[in-house]
Design a protein around this ligand. Sequence first.
Ligand code: PLP
Length: 552
Amino acid sequence: MDPLKYVRPNILALSPYSTARDEFKGGDISVYIDANESPFHTGFNRYPDPHHQPLKERIGQLKGVSADTVFIGGAGSDEAIDLVYRIFCEPGIDNVVAMTPTYGVYAVAAAINNVEYREVDPADDLAFPVDNILAAVDAHTKVIWVCTPNNPTGIAVPICEIIRLAENFDGIVAVDEAYIDFSSGESALSLISTHPNIIVLQTFSKAWGLANLRVGMAFSDPRIAALFAKIKYPYNLNGPTQREIMRQLDRRDVSRQVGIIIAERERVARALSEYPCVERIIPSDANFLLVKVDDADRLYDRLVSEGVLVRNRTRIAHCADMLRITIGTPMENDRMLSAIAQYCRHDINIARPEHTDQATRTALIRRHTRETDIEISVDLDGDPAMSVIDTGLEFFNHMLSQLPHHGGFALDIICRGDLEVDEHHTMEDVAIALGDALRTALGDKRGIERYGFVLPMDESEAMVLIDLGGRIDFRWDVTLDREYVGDTPTEMYPHFFQSLASALRANLHISAKGDNCHHIIEGIFKATARALRAAVNRNPFTDALPSSKGIL
Ligand SMILES: *Cc1c(COP(=O)(O)O)cnc(C)c1O
């Protein structure tokens, strides 16, 4: 079957825009004066690779498909949705069919492209109604939208139903799998080679946690993939985004995070099912729950007043009194659960998961004062390589980055401080927020240890002892005989560690000596990181509290 028979004739006929770099192949070029770029280096002065072939190959590898089936959108999968209309649907003539309720972008993109959008009611249990969908098709239906797992219901469409659609519909079946990573169901990706009228959309916005980068994907028969490439905006994926996606693909594995979200989804669903104000929870294969409550508007307002924002879907067809609740961190979920419990006067009995490997040890601390704006996130089981440290002080960044690197955890620190005054507020407030974040992420401290570390650093040596037992004590036996190292005053370092010890509620004893202040300070940060690593490391053989008193 040739899927090109569904394509608009003007799309087949057009010749695409040809970029400057497209028109020249090969040769040994060192002077690039072909694209009207600025010759001055800004980090961004050159146009990006318009075809991003290496990224297509890397994504193909990850998904087990060949690169010539891949389209990458630089405005998320929303870009792919729009291109599906442009490739197949003649404005004012053709139509598409979808179930309601589903993702709102299909209808908006239809309206923008002047394509009729036919809505079909779901089955009684909100499932995808294959036969009614097929019944709504006519000679001008070019596309059937299948969102699986569906947004906002969370319900997945079984793969056999997708095959049945594709085999009984003379047109394109567009399968949007934005949430497939959270589903126990099978992806339709393997079908694109056997059913050339199937297009599968996926995204980096959900399981990969990269919504801000705006990268979506479409997988299809190579003949269709070539059309996506032909009509996309020439430089639709900017260079920093291409590099970042490549970096993420090389370094990250999202399965642990996906596992945590799924475990939390099940825990939240169990907890909510006990609440008197909750009438129905739609079984979800996604990272959210659609929940029917007694009065969605009232509960929504109540949650907002508690600082918790969910999506009120009550005004959408078939979703009366339903709220869509995204699964957050265990702490965020607990805040939502206790706010709903208060609303329906339900005894709060939040069964936090046991401190197993599934539970997260994460914290997000936001601290805003007149002097500094700080956001710190810690994942004690996260990937240190993904850490981002940015305080505006280069030497301080360099020191702080020792903590995740040698501590073996993920740490992001973003601080915008009043450096025009001096370094004091930035360094002090980062210490306080960091201590808060580490203490929060450690939770009940089950399975952790008390530790210390001694570390040589060239001619210097540093010893750091840490006890996270909850009592604060700070000792500093260090001589720093320079006033400044890099862009930081050395007198701020004892102050930094003292503030950290207070916020972390720890005993922190630091002694160090040497000839070079840079080495001494770096040695202290490294030894602190190493001591923290040992202290926060879960002893795999015990889940007990590391205290004979049974409490820390
Ligand atoms: C979130 C979502 C997307 C992803 O959109 P992006 O533009 O890639 O961020 C696609 N489809 C559905 C159904 C979604 O819910």
